[in-house]
Design a protein around this ligand. Structure first.
Ligand SMILES: [Zn+2]
Length: 293
């Protein structure tokens, strides 16, 4: 297993990143948890529970975690929730929708087991109240519902500091998404709406920092605007190529193949590795299901 600690904003934010070192993985896939003045955002993957325990044990009393917030129910964000509760008596909070999902066992495909580990332990999280304060009340986080990647997904925004913890709500690039037949039924129109919501919510924050899970920290609201422009252009193209395909008399699979070729040339290797779970094709299907206004 590989662990990285990255400090941000004069060490006020500690990002603890974890990846499996499974040799079958073509590259590291990181998941992040953030520690800010005693508030832990997310709890890592099932495969990282031992490492997360070591991390918590390494903290001195000043830095010790006081509470944890889970942003969403995916295995790479809630894997250590039960351990934090049972072994460290740390209260773990989530929104109502997430709470009902966190108490269930998970059954996710083998490629995700390879990346994130298998042994998810269900637990009962407590109801998250908006806003939530850090340990010394120095930081106050507003909760913003940002569905699309997952229905229960939330982002946390510290207005004064201009920090937004968006974890998986926004991807640095939109090439593929999970499809409706998976347990992560991403919806590109909802993702777009959530990005717009974050953009509007952060109005006037000229020094905004956006913290994603394992995919880096981005500066400025322009990052959100660029994603909106990118999705708008994908949306437009998907419908344009669909019209072209219609004119050629193509239907169903043939139509999708035509749009895929025009937009991405071919399916990404991740699409093949995940047997269509996370794919270009799913992005196109979701773009086409989203009507043009
Ligand atoms: Zn996720």
């Amino acid at each position: 297993m590989v662990v990285q600690k990255v400090y941000h904003c004069n060490n006020e934010i500690l990002e603890w990143k974890w990846s499996s070192d499974n040799e079958l993985m073509p590259q590291h896939m990181w998941t992040s948890t953030f520690l800010i003045d005693g508030l832990l955002i997310d709890a890592g993957a099932p495969g990282g529970v031992d490492d997360l325990r070591d991390f918590i044990n390494s903290l001195n009393s000043k830095n010790m975690v006081e509470k944890c917030v889970i942003t969403h129910n995916h295995e790479d964000h809630c894997g250590g929730g039960r351990m934090l509760q049972k072994e460290f008596k740390i209260p773990v909070f989530a929104n109502k929708l997430a709470i009902s999902l966190l108490r269930e066992k998970k059954n996710y495909p083998d490629y995700r087991q390879m990346v994130w580990g298998v042994d998810y332990r269900p637990f009962e999280a407590e109801v998250l109240k908006d806003p939530i304060k850090s340990k010394s009340s120095k930081y106050i986080f507003d909760i913003v519902d940002t569905p699309g990647h997952a229905p229960e997904l939330i982002s946390l925004v510290e207005r004064k500091q201009q920090w937004a913890f968006i974890t998986d709500a926004v991807m640095p690039k939109y090439k593929m998404i999970f499809g409706k037949h998976t347990d992560i039924p991403e919806d590109i129109s909802l993702i777009f709406q959530s990005i717009k919501k974050l953009y509007d919510f952060t109005k006037g924050m000229d020094n905004l920092l956006l913290f994603t899970s394992g995919k880096g920290v981005f500066k400025g609201r322009s990052f959100l605007k660029d994603r909106m422009d990118e999705i708008n252009s994908l949306h437009l193209n998907a419908h344009r190529f669909q019209n072209e395909a219609n004119q050629k008399g193509l239907l169903n699979k043939q139509l999708l193949r035509y749009v895929l070729k025009k937009m991405f040339e071919r399916e990404n290797f991740v699409g093949i590795l995940t047997r269509g779970g996370l794919s270009n094709k799913n992005l196109i299907v979701s773009l086409l299901e989203w009507p043009m206004e």
